[in-house]
Design a protein around this ligand. Structure first.
Ligand SMILES: Nc1ncnc2c1ncn2[C@@H]1O[C@H](COP(=O)(O)OP(=O)(O)OP(=O)(O)O)[C@@H](O)[C@H]1O
Length: 190
């Protein structure tokens, strides 16, 4: 990547909770000397999350107003809310991390999520809701990476390749996987 591009680069890393956004963002931040902007942290610091710990609900309009005032150059912007609070013209590339719902429920168990919260997040990943919304919002700037069964270094290589302009996206179909495994009820029934 040319030096002039690095000076203005703003990389978005999005995807459902637990896919590995922060893990990857920290590595890229060190390597490329980019500041991390954590959307959830900004929302928390601004008191925009609803009190209920079980919910991810946030006032996206107010959050967008706060982010609109921030300089996003030379930054990595991290968060599952990215498609709802960032304009396409303010970012260079949008990385969506995808992770098998079977891997995600293990992460959620370690985090102590309730069954309801775990299933809500895993079923959102299965349906690809963030991918759908990110593609609508950021169009040709979106690159999808499947982190399942990849070492962190492999994911980092893919991110760097995407930042350099390689727009090859990896397709996933968790719905097909879960259907074939006869596990739909496991994720979609309370
Ligand atoms: N590529 C990977 N392979 C295996 N484990 C990973 C990978 N990336 C991250 N992890 C692990 O998965 C867990 C979740 O990662 P992380 O906290 O980075 O996710 P996140 O998407 O930032 O979550 P949140 O949005 O809830 O903050 C951590 O335990 C982390 O060590």
């Amino acid at each position: 990547m040319a030096t002039s591009q690095i000076h203005s680069v703003s990389i978005v890393i999005t995807g459902n909770p637990g896919v590995g956004k922060h893990t990857i963002a920290k590595e890229i931040s060190q390597k490329m000397q980019l500041e991390i902007i954590d959307i959830n942290q900004i929302a928390k610091d601004s008191g925009l999350f609803e009190e209920n710990d079980e919910s991810n609900d946030v006032d996206a309009k107010k959050l967008k107003e706060i982010l609109d005032k921030k300089n996003l150059n030379k930054c990595i912007i991290v968060g599952h809310l990215a498609p709802y609070v960032l304009d396409k013209n303010r970012v260079s590339v949008v990385i969506i991390l995808r992770r098998s719902p079977y891997d995600l429920i293990k992460v959620y168990k370690e985090r102590g999520y309730s069954n309801k919260k775990s299933n809500e997040n895993a079923s959102s990943e299965i349906l690809g809701i963030i991918t759908y919304d990110a593609k609508n919002q950021f169009k040709d700037k979106v690159v999808q990476i499947n982190v399942s069964q990849k070492e962190i270094q492999d994911v980092l290589n893919k991110v760097e390749s995407a930042v350099s302009g390689n727009k090859d996206s990896e397709e996933v179909d968790w719905l097909d996987l879960v259907t074939k495994n006869n596990d739909l009820k496991k994720f979609f029934v309370d």
